[in-house]
Design a protein around this ligand. Structure first.
Ligand SMILES: *Cc1c(COP(=O)(O)O)cnc(C)c1O
Length: 427
């Protein structure tokens, strides 16, 4: 479900035509729908209401302060993976008591920063990290609360670069070692193991991995308690998939059906760390066609968004729906299945201006004839779009706008050339 829809062959975000936003703010432009964002947060809150979950929005997915502030004001906490994300979460009105901190490489200054701000939980990924967390906490006269992140060793679920629960990845503790690692801090007054954490990978389109992961968690929590640990938290991470190609995602309710029974069995409080599920379908990347060209039997449409704006297609081979903002009469608007044969379309590559052959938003994609100056929408770009953007080729980052009904708010201005060189130090 999202609030991007065509009306009389014109694409709207809520009540605002996208063409109007392109005129006002230029392209490339990220456009977010507030109603979509809040709808998806609410879906999770409602689906899991029975176990009163702590829903920690994953800041790395899209850390824009305005979006994070919306999350906080609608009851979400935050999942952070660095000191910088913790800074964002706090700046957006987050409180330490609703922040969980993940990541394999937390530095001592980051740990101190988190402890000083009363971060609720550290998701710990190695034995050394657990002991170091205790040492840093002791040096500050604090007690750190830890959830051990376990790698439940499940079959592959998604792209190799984003699957985090198969054997041998850098994430979490091997499931066979969790009990030994926990035993090592039993009685340590500076660090308490109070929970179990897993983040299975992303995006996941099936509920089965959550069912399997939760079943393993139930057993482990039992063993940890037998060892003498007071386990009160089960953190099932994020990773819920969204619609990229068609309507392929599972609803929140489907994930709740496999997770909630396990949570109840443990008597733990549930923590979730969704990112993509909340913001992914809430954003589009708007771009303008610069040129068309044909070479070696291939048709290219060159437009002004590039891999530095949205790196997912070239990094993960990801599919994003792309369609004209004002499709010509006779075209389906938009097609139900973007991979199907669509009349009056032909196979094209959608590429950007960056000097890399890997600079594309789509390859071998059926699209209608596009005109110079025409606007394109790349859908489902709210998650890991702006967050993974760069200044490669000295391209200023795109602007971001938030639409709420008929109102439009610029939530990040377009970068300038001056911004590009500002941190540099000349001798
Ligand atoms: C990236 C990440 C998330 C969020 O993943 P989504 O797929 O965006 O929901 C949650 N938890 C951890 C530990 C992560 O690394």
């Amino acid at each position: 479900m999202d609030h991007f829809h065509y009306k009389d062959r014109v694409l709207y975000c809520e009540q605002v035509p996208l063409a109007q936003l392109a005129e006002q703010f230029g392209t490339p432009l990220f456009v977010y729908s507030q109603a979509t964002l809040l709808h998806h947060l609410r879906c999770l809150q409602e689906a899991f209401a029975e176990v009163n979950p702590l829903i920690c929005y994953s800041v790395k997915t899209n850390g824009n302060l305005t979006l994070c502030r919306l999350m906080a004001s609608h009851g979400a906490g935050f999942d952070v993976t660095s000191g910088g994300e913790l800074y964002r979460a706090l700046a957006a009105g987050g409180v330490g008591e609703k922040i969980v901190y993940a990541g394999v490489g937390k530095t001592d200054p980051e740990i101190r920063y988190a402890l000083a701000n009363n971060v609720f939980l550290f998701n710990v990924e190695s034995e050394e990290e657990l002991h170091n967390l205790g040492d840093v906490a002791r040096s500050m006269g604090r007690v750190a609360r830890a959830a051990l992140r376990v790698n439940p060793d499940l079959p592959p679920k998604t792209h190799a670069k984003t699957d985090t629960s198969v054997k041998g990845v850098k994430f979490g503790l091997d499931i066979e070692t969790v009990l030994d690692v926990a035993h090592g801090v039993l009685g340590n007054p500076s660090v308490q193991v109070v929970g179990l954490h897993m983040h299975l990978g992303s995006p996941i389109l099936s509920t089965q991995p959550y069912k399997d992961g939760a079943a393993k968690a139930v057993v482990l929590i039992q063993r940890l308690r037998e060892q003498g640990h007071q386990i009160s938290l089960l953190n099932m991470g994020g990773g819920f998939g969204i619609h990229y190609r068609k309507q392929e995602a599972q609803p929140a309710q489907a994930f709740a059906e496999v997770i909630v029974p396990a949570v109840k069995q443990t008597g733990c409080r549930l923590i979730l760390e969704p990112g993509r599920f909340i913001v992914g379908n809430a954003g589009v990347l708007l771009s303008r066609v610069l040129y068309r060209k044909e070479t070696g039997g291939k048709h290219y449409v060159i437009q002004d968004a590039a891999m530095n704006d949205l790196i997912r297609p070239t990094l993960y081979g990801s599919f994003h729906r792309i369609w004209p903002v004002a499709p010509a009469a006779g075209l389906p608007a938009p097609p139900d299945d973007y991979e199907a044969e669509i009349p009056d379309t032909f196979v094209q590559d959608v590429v950007g201006p960056v000097c890399e052959s890997g600079d594309f938003l789509a390859q071998n994609r059926r699209l209608p004839i596009l005109q110079r100056g025409e606007l394109l929408a790349t859908f489902s770009a709210g998650a890991y779009g702006m967050a993974m953007s760069s200044n490669y080729n000295s391209r200023p980052r795109a602007a971001e706008v938030l639409v709420d009904g008929t109102s439009v708010q610029l939530i990040r201005r377009r970068e300038t050339y001056e911004d590009l060189v500002r941190p540099e130090v000349e001798l």
